[in-house]
Design a protein around this ligand. Sequence first.
Ligand code: OGA
Ligand code: NI
Length: 340
Amino acid sequence: MAELDLDKHPIAAETDIASQVPIIDIASLLSDAHSADANKAIQAIAGACQTWGFFQVVNHGISDDLIENVWAQTRHLFALPAEQKSRILRSKENPWGFYNNELTKNQRDKKEVFDFTREGIDPIYSQRNRWPVGQEAFKTVMMDYYQACTKLSLNLLKAFCLGLNLPAEYMHTNFVDHHTGFVRLNYYPVRDPLTDSTVNHQPQADLGVHHHTDAGALTVLMQDEVGGLQVYRKGYWHDIPPVPGAMVINTGDMMQVWSNDVYQAAIHRVLAMDASDRYSIPFFFNPSAKSQISPLPTVVSEQNPARYRAIEWARFRGARTDGDFADYGTEVQISQFRLT
Ligand code: OGA
Ligand code: NI
């Protein structure tokens, strides 16, 4: 099947900087999205979204202190005894918490994860976060990080809008106050976390994360210095090298639908670790539950009609999560909503 063959495509040889995912300074975008310097950053972002669906940002406004604390708490969490992690285990009804048996496209990934969202009852699954017991600092640091990522994402959203010739805050109503973004802590150990497990699981986990697109609008990802994240483009897998202090940004399925395929949701994956453990922390910036996603006015015309019918975010996300948790058949994809 073509889908599965994608992970067998070759890895691109290291080449010149021009053929790599760009690193973009967004200080000007954060201070005044309508300045001339900001416009340069916006054009660079729009260009990256049309070619790679990936770019890295520096001067993104998230403080070094907070970032250091987030890494420390993340390492601490995964180092907890298995018994403590099993007390915050995700379930079919409630996707928040710890998990080490995730499937991407129905194949097992070699990793452990911890997912959390805003506090309270979430509007998609009607569930609450699970927090590790007796780790008060963990929750405080993680919620601070959640807020910082939300702020950065709203700024990036302005660039996406301006890049599509829309007013800067055109998409904000789909997110402000009610967005369903969530943070995932990823731990990719060298040793398969299910080595000694007695639960029924698929034997082989030959990748950290099998190839996929992220379902939402955009992803803000912090990775450590190990590397292993790759983006697929034109027959090759390209490394996204760790850049100290940078955040990796990629577009998701909903951005592809809104932009009517102008911005591509990037196909990416993570190699299985064989030398050192790796940690990464994506923040998935997702619309509010009831958001109806369909191609925006400036990208639709008589010559270029809408390519997708409207998608209700909560339904799309709910269906995707079921596929990640267990093999409930084919994972939902935006291609199922294509009109042409
Ligand atoms: C993800 C993902 C990349 C990484 O969790 O969806 O693509 O570098 N992670 O861990
Ligand atoms: Ni991803």
